[in-house]
Design a protein around this ligand. Structure first.
Ligand code: 5GP
Length: 191
């Protein structure tokens, strides 16, 4: 009774939709804490273990999965990802807004488990615009760009599938202007 209790916010969206930029902006806010996922994928340049992800071997990831250490987990593009359980409980108990950036299959698991929160999906204005953004970024080969656009198309379709007769996400934001999208997310999160 009378305990402060924070709020879970789930953010999803395809690569190139602007999700990472939105999350980066929110990281500045002291009321927000971020989930650090575990993953089996290779560390990219500039990433730090324990900050961007907990980079695990497949064996270690699977052991933790068996030990029920993850709130949800999914395989994405051949690598495993999972949200560790306890940081969320700790953050919510301290009244924080706890932000979890995950893909659609993981979101579905959270819904299935009845995890309460605000579920937000950030989408690009169109697949053509997404392709342009990925090209402009210049960090992927044409084949990788095509693959990412295909994955994005599937993710957007999956995000719009309903869950138990209701939308999987509470809010769909079309990111055609990053600053405006950040402002919309801040308003939703009451920051
Ligand atoms: P990336 O490898 O580019 O950092 O992330 C690939 C995808 O995995 C992104 O859509 C990201 O949101 C998602 N992801 C990151 N961590 C998790 C996690 O713990 N669980 C799930 N289900 N997806 C995650």
């Amino acid at each position: 009774m009378g305990e402060k209790h924070g709020r879970l916010v789930v953010i999803s969206g395809p690569s190139g939709a602007g999700k990472t930029s939105v999350c980066r902006a929110l990281k500045q806010d002291p009321a927000v804490e971020f989930s650090v996922s575990a993953t089996t994928r290779q560390m990219r340049d500039g990433e730090r273990d324990g900050i961007d992800y907990h980079f695990l071997t497949t064996e270690d990831f699977q052991r933790r999965l068996r030990e029920n250490q993850f709130l949800e987990s999914a395989t994405y593009n051949g690598n495993m990802y999972g949200t560790p359980r306890w940081p969320m409980d700790a953050a919510l108990a301290r009244g924080k807004t706890f932000l979890v950036e995950i893909e659609v299959a993981g979101t579905r698991q959270l819904r299935e488990r009845g995890v309460e929160g605000l579920y937000v999906f950030i989408e690009p204005p169109s697949l053509a615009e997404l392709r342009r953004r990925l090209e402009r970024r210049g960090s992927n080969s044409p084949e990788e760009i095509e693959q990412r656009v295909r994955i994005a198309e599937q993710e957007i379709a999956a995000a719009h599938e309903s869950f138990g007769g209701r939308p999987l996400y509470d809010v769909f934001l079309v990111n055609d202007d990053l600053e405006r999208t950040i402002a919309q997310v801040r308003e939703l999160l009451e920051l």
